[in-house]
Design a protein around this ligand. Sequence first.
Ligand SMILES: [Ca+2]
Ligand SMILES: [Ca+2]
Length: 476
Amino acid sequence: MKRFVLLIAVLATGATLSADWPMWGGTPSRNMVSPLKGLPTTWDIKTGKNVKWVAELGSQSYGNPTVAEGVVLIGTNNEATKDPKQAGDRGVVMAFREATGELMWQATFEKLSSGRANDWPFQGIASSPLVMEGTAYFVSNRGQVMAVDVDGFHDKTNDGLVKDEKLTGLNDPDVIWIFDMMEEVGSFPHNLSNSSPVAYQNLLYVSTSNGQDESHVNIPSPRAPATIALDRKTGKLVWEDNSVEDRILHGQWSTPSVGEIGGVMQVVHAQGDGWVRGYEALTGKKLWEFDTNPKASVWPKTRNEVISTPVIYENVVYISNGQDPEHGEGVGHAYAIDATKRGDITESGRLWHFDKIRRSISTAAIKDGLIYLADFSGFLHCLDLKTGKPYWTHDMFAAIWGSPMIVDDKVYLGDEDGDVTVLQHGKELKVVSEQNMGSSVYATVVPANGTLFVMNRNQLYALVEGATLKRPSQEH
Ligand SMILES: [Ca+2]
Ligand SMILES: [Ca+2]
């Protein structure tokens, strides 16, 4: 495993020339914002305009790309079978070379024998890997926290604690360690384990996705933790918390964030009872909790779970609630929470409450005193960060699964119709362009190193200003 040094070149203007996107949200605070400049604001997948390369994914891709150390990692299913010896329905993480889109290696995982209760058919891997110091961390469809070598076996070395991999070809994963959450902490994931890991110092934080069984009444494992912290080098459990107990409304699909709040490094996690909780990162000591549902609300009509990721920005946590997309549209709530408070801060920590949002599974993007929030009914809201007062709302006319992404002075957002809309960042609504990607865009647009990575259901596009992709059909 090579040790890369992340080089960030800074121009005199302060603009970042190049920067990786090594995790969901880019940084542990998960704010969907990038300082990169000069990325495409228009492109055309039919003519190849501003397309550098395209990679074929499985038939359903719910992971979000991670770009680090020259590699693009992405979760998908196995319907674009790259290895006939590993055929059938599996969860897959594919690693592509960032420069060319060539497949470098893939990690495949057979479906759990317990079936759709824990591992929904053809959903693949929905975890977005975290890359740190040559290791990629993600959660498989089998509820395993995986640490694998970013270089795989291309470095001619079998790295890590796991040395007995059955497959050790160039296309196979070099496993460092495995932590099986179903075996080790008794997690019973509802439909799919999906957490995107985040780290602070030597600790890795993951949601267990513990939830109900198929009856949607029973919680088979009420004593399993919602949040765990593992040692990043060994995969050993360091702390766990189960404040939710048997109050899980459905599943637990929100993923944790990390940031310094009021001088304390915190892990913030939205859990299965619709509450958001903050923990002291190194010890797991619970510091505060906040209920994202009005007390009179009733599951599933008006009470929501939380699927979006909390964003930490200047001591405040921003979060929207919502429901599983299969539940359709409904009322939602978004909040700004003063996470320097302690205890039950549902009242004392509520800086603002935005109740014009619909059910949302999207994560916030914040810049220059503005916050962008999207909802599953297809609306993008631009609010004042301090007051929560709306400046404008844009109707995408299709369900939004991904999150708005601010790149320089533009906001990018995809929808279920496959459109990616580019808007001007600012207090006035201005649509810059709209591009169709050919099939649903469930992921978030990811900026890294001068390139925009945009996924549809089954393809990953690398977009670079001035590039032109020559289609095979255009070559004679
Ligand atoms: Ca290796
Ligand atoms: Ca190994």
